[in-house]
Write a protein that binds this ligand. Structure first.
Ligand SMILES: O=C(COP(=O)(O)O)N(O)CCCOP(=O)(O)O
Ligand SMILES: [Zn+2]
Length: 305
């Protein structure tokens, strides 16, 4: 059933498990997310960035909404990284049941002001809101301590921010970063910071940049002609620890991008005569479903619906 983000994330925070929030850009990605969640009796969030909305528009949103409405588990449609009040309202008009206003690149006061505007409008329409404080940035050994802190979320500021905006859930910067290159080996995650914020805030916390970039998928990507550098993602153990301390929404996009591409490349490489889209996108959907299944297992949401 199609529900709001709060309907899914408030129980997740209370139950100390994470909910995967997977980006979609087409039908097959959407099916892999929702059908796998149904099979595993797991709540799930499907998110579209502004880039996905530009690419697929209401057509893609309607695919998500239709699958979500018919799903036997709770599904929310979430705007990922909404860049303005107007973008958030447009998404709500399109049928989104959760919206992010990402004003984290503004000064603290402006972030509060912009976020509060969206919260007031969204709440008037029964839609829940994600905001962001702090800035995602990979943490590398060479970044000195004070620079590192400039990126990461300040726990005391987070309390003020939530009190003054009324946001339903908060994306915090804890050392993760978007994309396939999150730091050598096992990227740094500031668990102490998460645990400080957990003690101060009772709302669901959000981790962006949480793809695991599994070595097996990276190798398959290379083996079928893909070119990728030293790619590393967030360790399963780090995600599991974070979900025990307030992280309830976990963003994953890169893993599904890699999985879909591996599925397509392997078919095109191994079956050069193939040009039936169902025989190309179908296997890609399978590779993605396996990634979703693994993630839901890591986050502990299996059987929670
Ligand atoms: O946190 C994440 C993804 O993290 P990941 O790269 O670790 O999967 N996201 O919010 C996904 C952002 C996708 O935006 P766009 O469609 O504009 O490229
Ligand atoms: Zn993000």
């Amino acid at each position: 059933m199609l529900v709001t983000g709060n309907d899914i994330l408030v129980p997740a925070r209370a139950g100390k498990y994470g909910v995967g929030s997977f980006n979609t850009n087409n039908m097959e990605i959407t099916q892999a997310i929702i059908h796998t969640a149904e099979r595993l009796r797991s709540p799930v969030m499907v998110q579209m960035s502004e880039g996905a909305i530009k690419y697929g528009g209401q057509d893609l949103a309607n695919i998500v909404i239709d699958l979500a409405e018919r799903a036997t588990v709770p599904v929310a449609l979430h705007l990922d990284h909404g860049s303005s009040y107007e973008s958030a309202l447009k998404a709500i008009k399109m049928g989104f049941t959760s919206v992010m206003i990402d004003a984290s690149h503004h000064q603290f006061a402006e972030n509060i002001q912009e976020t509060r505007r969206v919260v007031e409008a969204a709440h008037a329409m029964g839609i829940s809101v994600e905001a962001e404080l702090g800035r995602l940035g990979g943490i590398e050994e060479h970044i000195v301590v004070d620079e590192k802190d400039a990126f990461l979320t300040d726990p005391e500021e987070a309390v003020q921010f939530v009190e003054q905006t009324g946001t339903d859930y908060l994306a915090i910067a804890i050392g993760t970063s978007h994309g396939a290159y999150k730091g050598k080996g096992r990227p740094f995650i500031d668990h102490e910071r998460i645990e400080k914020i957990e003690k101060l805030l009772s709302i669901p916390l959000v981790a962006h940049g949480s793809s695991g970039v599994p070595a097996e998928i990276v190798q398959r990507f290379r083996d079928c002609g893909g070119e990728i550098g030293d790619a590393f993602g967030i360790a399963d153990e780090d995600l599991q620890r974070a979900t025990q301390h307030g992280i309830a929404k976990v963003n994953v996009d890169t893993d599904l991008r890699l999985a879909m591409t591996v599925g397509v490349r392997e078919i095109l490489k191994n079956s050069p005569k193939e040009f039936d889209p169902r025989k190309i996108m179908g296997p890609a959907r399978e590779v993605m479903s396996k990634i979703v299944e693994h993630k839901l297992g890591v986050l502990g949401s299996v059987g929670k619906a």
